[in-house]
Write a protein that binds this ligand. Structure first.
Ligand code: SF4
Length: 205
């Protein structure tokens, strides 16, 4: 990925009141996360392969932060409670399904907790994204989240909507549908609330 494209995204984000940062590796990005989040602050975690692979949840928990991570839930009720508690944390850490050169963040969500926390609730939001999720345009980003991210996420979560077999979205009305909210974040009201960490590696869908 050319540095000029990353610089363009960071500039576009700044125009949208979102802070952009560039890291060479997920490890470097994790060190920054651990540095800027105070140890007494609470943290909600959005479900993301990238974050799982980074082991952010475990490391924050081990050093004493209160962490709400629904992927560690022991039951459906527990999961629901963790998702609700994540909405009022000091920090929320999540991935995103796509980002455009113009600074749009595009996400599709199943129950909506992840996009809800990105939009409002947590005082601070950190979005961590690998370069494989960068798209040139908003149309491309929406195509990506519908036809690449969603079928793979559905398969990973054990759901069986038509796209799992077809490997493309047909805007199904299946009870197994995993795409109930398509959200485009175009800016932030509170300056400094949202930080986007762009990492020069590939991970996640
Ligand atoms: S709307 Fe249905 S077919 Fe399309 S990506 Fe979502 S779950 Fe798959």
């Amino acid at each position: 990925m050319g540095k000029d494209r990353i610089e363009l995204i960071i500039k576009s984000l700044a125009e949208r009141n979102i802070e952009g940062f560039f890291f060479e590796s997920f490890e470097e990005a994790k060190l920054k996360v651990m540095e800027i989040i105070p140890i007494n602050d609470s943290v909600g975690i959005g479900n993301s392969i990238t974050l799982k692979n980074m082991k952010i949840s475990n490391e924050l928990n081990d050093r004493g932060n209160v962490v709400y991570d629904k992927t560690l839930a022991k039951s459906k009720e527990d999961s629901k409670e963790l998702k609700r508690k994540s909405l009022l944390t000091d920090w929320y850490i999540t991935g995103t399904n796509a980002i455009t050169l113009d600074g749009h963040l595009v996400n599709i969500d199943h129950s909506g907790n992840r996009v809800a926390a990105m939009l409002y609730g947590p005082n601070n939001v950190i979005v961590i994204i690998g370069i494989n999720k960068i798209t040139s345009t908003l149309d491309e980003a929406i195509y990506r989240v519908r036809n690449i991210a969603s079928p793979k996420n559905a398969r990973r979560a054990g759901f069986k909507p038509p796209c799992v077999e077809l490997e493309k979205c047909i805007d199904c009305k299946s009870t197994q549908r995993v795409c109930n909210s398509l959200v485009v974040i175009e800016g932030q009201n509170d300056k400094g609330r949202m930080k986007v960490f762009i990492v020069n590696e590939k991970d996640g869908f």
